[in-house]
Design a binder for this molecule. Sequence first.
Ligand code: CDT
Length: 613
Amino acid sequence: MARKVRIAAAQVGAVHLDASRKNTLDRLIHLLEHAASQGAQVVLFPECTFTTFFPRHFIAAEAELESFFERGDIVTSENTRGVFEKAQELGVDISIGFAEATDGGEHYNTCVYYHAKSGSVLSKYRKIHLPGDYEPFPDPEATNQLEKRYFKPGNLGFEAFRVPDLADVGQDQGEPIFGMMICNDRRWAEAWRCLGLQGVEVVFCGYNTTGFAPHLWGTSTKQDPKEAESMALFHHKLVMQAHSYTNACFSVSAARCGWDDGKYNLIAGSTIIAPDGKILAESITDEDEIIIADCDLDRCKSGKTRTFDFARHRRVKHYARLTGQTGVLEPPHLRDTVVNGHKEEPNGHVDSGKVFSLRSVSGPADTKTIRILLCNPNATEFMTDACLEMVKDTLPANVSVYGFTAPKPAPSAIEGNFDNIMSGAAAARAIVPIADQYDAFLVACYSDHALIRMLREELSQPVIGIMEASLLAARTLGSRFGIIATSGRSKYMAEDSVRHYGLEGFCAGIRSCNLGVLELESKPEKEVLSIMCEVGKKLVEDGADVLTLGCAGMTNMKAAVEEAVGEDVQVIDGVVAGVHHLMGLCRMGTRTAKRGMYISSATGRESRRQDWY
Ligand code: CDT
């Protein structure tokens, strides 16, 4: 049974800065009607469809900037609902881009896939590869692209999804698999491969691509604008065709194009491309225009089962760089390589007459999953969340960190010995029964917390606390460390712990912020940051070249302290240090030694016939 879907791209011509929202919406509705009249089942609209492409402007006034964003439910909100109502009335699915402001005040460059029959959003994507800059170009003539200023990078990944009600699907066939990306994403093979690895059959991509923007592209300002535009079009088609081919999928692209405000040109070139890379339909104007094509999704099969049969041909062990590295790491210069144990002479002369490259070894991509339980022994959940947030962006794909918050009667903060023991007991009782689901444990309290030794005794997986982990990292990275402690008492406790770890000879000082743990959150952020930064600077005056944050609740203040003390001083967050320390131990295949102090306490209980704890 053929799985045919008739798909259209709605190209949208110039939308000026002062265009009325209503007028633009009416144009979109008209395009949708036009596509439906030709039998389109799905229509793709461009990136940021409802307004002009505002990231080209530096907009300082907050209210003006916010006016380009959509709030609340995109399907029902006043400025946008017309196109969704029309889609439902016509029974046509749409994929449409918009600038999204969330209830929590975050801003994304977003698109949704709206399923007309159910009247619901089936999938949402937030642009991941934001192009351009945070600051405008100094040249007032330059066309800016301030997406890094106005949007956060998307946080929803590249998720393919199935769409019902579009194609006849036989017993052994599934519904069409679609995926979305936005504009600059299309230039990144990684984005396509993420979708390709989910068997995507149609990729939708709306875009706003400037025709002449030498500052943005890094080309000569003297380039002929016509030539520049044709190059931009060439690159657009190049990536759409190449990536459709290498992922054996159809692709649909819809341009916002024409001359906005008679001054800023955006390329047209909306296309529908087949899995063999050939163009099936292409716009011929730079104005509002519908292009349409019948896409027989079974045409994806030959590519997916032969040349690009990923399961048979991909060699992931050689792809580790793709997820482990962002910037380029070039091979060492030959003049820096070691020759028979000596560095090459500066003039390039080599005594032996031979140049050897450095021997290197590398392993396969790390695919073994590592699950770390981050154990917050107090009962305050926001601290657990802050710790997870802090470590999130440092994790490779195969490592997951799970946040555990101790149940009451654990105290809400740990500020003394009583809190320490009470929280250790409450946390251990809850953790031990679930411990076999995890590979390692990080105790997220900046102290020599009782829970660390309890878990080391009771379990065999590696356990460390954030204080010890941060001090081990500090010892590696600098010569003297300083600790930014919370209260006066925590300073004394930290001093004892440093002594216990045998590190007092490397300690430049421990200074207190005179703040309670929960005050880190309840006091105005500015006040807390300024106290911490002052304490940090004093510790540097005391001789510290590495600072550690003396509380899990200080985790999100790291950047401010770093800025205050300058780049020659390292600031260590114990949560990140702890997670990465444990990852290393797990990769090494190590366990807690059971011959000495950490001999199993469970065995002791059993021999005493104690069946409770
Ligand atoms: N809107 C958007 O993403 N535009 C970018 C400009 C490229 S900047 C180097 C694009 O990829 O078309």
